[in-house]
Design a protein around this ligand. Structure first.
Ligand code: SF4
Length: 53
């Protein structure tokens, strides 16, 4: 189980103080555009929630 999730998505409400660390209890990573991923670029975090809305 991942303990420290690093993430550069600073526009997400779960990003701790915009320090590239995720504070969510758990995250759900999915295939990008619903196709089987063959690289990290083809995955997305579905737990993302926009900050500041
Ligand atoms: S929920 Fe996903 S997008 Fe948001 S900070 Fe965590 S890993 Fe990044």
């Amino acid at each position: 189980m991942a303990q420290d999730v690093l993430c550069e998505v600073s526009s997400c409400v779960h990003n701790i103080n915009k320090e590239n660390r995720c504070g969510a209890t758990q995250i759900y990573v999915v295939n990008h555009k619903e196709k089987d991923a063959h690289s990290s670029a083809e995955t997305d975090c579905k737990t993302f929630e926009p900050a500041g809305l």
